[in-house]
Design a protein around this ligand. Structure first.
Ligand code: ZN
Length: 68
């Protein structure tokens, strides 16, 4: 996944562990045929990278930030 930050392009990976965490957290059925239902937000901060996932169906937000 690529993230544009000014003129720098940063690449973030969603790990297997994160996917597992997301699956455990949300069990909504995707409404769209592509199966896409999550919006990922990457926010670089002074403390590190904040990663949030929002479910398009129930609008729940999961914070995946690790290693703070
Ligand atoms: Zn959901």
């Amino acid at each position: 996944m690529k993230y544009k930050n000014g003129d720098r392009t940063m690449i973030f990976e969603i790990t297997e562990e994160m996917l597992q965490k997301i699956q455990d957290w949300d069990s909504c059925k995707p409404v769209d045929v592509s199966g896409a239902k999550f919006a990922y937000t990457f926010v670089p901060t002074g403390l590190g990278l904040v990663i949030e996932v929002q479910c398009d169906i129930c609008k729940g937000v999961l914070n995946l930030t690790e290693d703070w």
